[in-house]
Design a protein around this ligand. Structure first.
Ligand code: HAM
Length: 449
């Protein structure tokens, strides 16, 4: 039987040529979160399955259909389908919730959901997310939404709509569930099997069922906004005022219910129509009951997560800039063993100064080495052969302009001072000030430097 060692469906390899795009999103997201006082948390890739049953909810698609669960020595573990449950578990387990409130953490992690793969929908995907625990105020909702918006803006993303809704608290839910049951009861037989059981246990989940028939039936279902209690209504109104004050445009979309059970009050999504059906680049909301549900004190909390793949697809589609990928600063081409030995030390010294330096490791001829230097887009090259060694000089070539500068190789190349000397040359060339004259000698520079 043929062995299949290919990458599983719905997973992706992130190749070196694209990694700078990931670094761009990660850097912007992290730095923005830090500006708002959030600190990074790292949590395990898998958790006890019960954690997700308790938090994400037993009647959600994620738990019912999409979790990767393994039985290991009689314990059930699940690869995290999202980051909130594990993060709150970690905050509880490590006593973070006993410290000064609000507690604010962010994370970058991979998630696993056994969904039908399509553009922007993967089985392993990556999230940048954050959670804030300890504030019941709608200011916190506005704060978290404005943080998400700031990240999207800093990445340069355009045409992204913010949709907000309130899905109330257990008080509003009681009335709302009744209304939903009454509505769906009439068409019970047309619902998928899962939704028929949801009708009894958790009718709100029918609203985000992915089956086309259920979504069609759900179109005219009663809206939660019509059932909000006074406290939830007031919270929502204040949030809207704060967003307006902050200049953040939004649309109220009473149909957003989110696919996870822990939400209460505010829910929100940032959506683009530019990348097809999977256009939600960020989703989040408040979950005031979750911490208590997981065994902690009653602690209001909220957060969001962004799908990094979806952000990248949108950025590419919009032709946005990414941070430059790190390329080689200086390639040292060599002819002969003595030159190679010199190049090894030279590269070490340059690297100690923070430059990316490379030399030939596979025995190429000079022409092929120069071709390689071009391919890796080295900014500068130096060629060292017997003549250069004898004269103690070599040509440093700027690969973009073709300009060549003769540099002294220095007489004690193993000396650290020489690396400072070479890096100074590169710096001066880059700044286009005082390129070293041919008669400058290394010693003099060493002494001055
Ligand atoms: P979520 O809406 O399930 O929320 O996921 C957040 C984001 O992850 C989505 O908006 C989307 O960009 C991305 N995403 C979700 N599923 C996939 C997939 N299969 N392939 C690619 N990207 C995907 C949560 O996970 C909540 N934990 C967010 C949160 C944090 N709420 C409060 N705090």
């Amino acid at each position: 039987m043929a062995i299949n060692i290919k990458r599983p469906n719905g997973t992706e390899d992130i190749l070196p040529k694209n990694i700078h795009k990931w670094y761009t999103v990660e850097k912007v997201a992290k730095e923005t979160a830090e500006c708002f006082g959030f600190k990074e948390i790292r949590i395990p890739t898998f958790e006890n399955t019960d954690l997700f049953l308790r938090s994400v909810g037993e009647t959600t698609d994620v738990v019912q259909k999409e979790m990767y669960t393994v039985m290991a020595k009689e314990t059930k573990f699940t690869l995290r389908p999202e980051g909130t449950a594990g993060t709150i578990r970690a905050m509880l387990q490590n006593g973070l919730l006993n410290e000064a409130m609000p507690q604010k953490v962010f994370y970058l992690l991979s998630c696993f959901r056994h969904e039908r793969p399509q553009a922007g929908r993967l089985r392993e995907f990556h999230q940048f997310g954050l959670e804030m625990a300890g504030s019941a105020s709608p200011c916190a909702d506005a704060e978290v939404i404005s943080l998400a918006k700031r990240i999207l803006d800093k990445l340069g993303l355009k045409n992204i709509e913010l949709y907000i809704n309130s899905i109330g608290c257990p008080v509003c839910r009681e009335k709302y569930h009744k209304a939903l049951r009454a509505y769906f009861e009439n068409r019970r037989d047309e619902l998928c099997e899962t939704c028929q059981s949801r009708l009894v246990k958790n009718p709100m989940r029918i609203l985000d069922c992915k089956s086309p028939i259920c979504s069609e039936i759900a179109k005219d279902a009663p809206l939660i906004l019509d059932y909000l209690c006074d406290e939830c209504s007031e919270h929502f109104e204040k949030l809207k005022t704060y967003l307006t004050n902050l200049g953040i445009e939004y649309k109220v979309n009473p149909k957003i219910v989110r696919g996870l059970d822990y939400y209460t009050k505010t829910v929100f999504e940032f959506v683009t129509t530019e990348i097809g059906a999977q256009g939600t680049v960020c989703g989040g909301g408040r979950y005031d009951g979750l911490i208590e549900q997981l065994g902690g004190q009653h602690t209001p909390a909220l957060g969001f997560a962004m799908g990094i793949e979806r952000l990248l697809i949108t950025m590419e589609k919009q032709g946005l800039d990414f941070l430059d990928s790190k390329s080689c600063d200086i390639y040292i081409a060599t002819m002969g063993d003595a030159a190679l030995e010199k190049a090894m030390v030279m590269a070490r010294n340059l690297r100690e100064c923070g430059y990316c330096a490379e030399y030939d490791l596979v025995g190429r001829g000079l022409k092929a080495q120069m071709k390689y230097a071009n391919k890796i887009e080295s900014l500068y090259t130096i060629v060292i052969g017997d003549n250069e060694l004898a004269e103690n000089k070599a040509k440093l070539k700027n690969m973009e302009t073709g300009e060549e500068t003769v540099i002294s190789l220095g007489d004690k190349f193993t000396d650290d001072v020489d690396s400072v000397y070479i890096s100074k040359i590169i710096d001066s060339l880059e700044d286009e000030i005082n390129p070293l004259a041919e008669n400058n000698n290394g010693k003099e520079n060493k002494e001055n430097g």
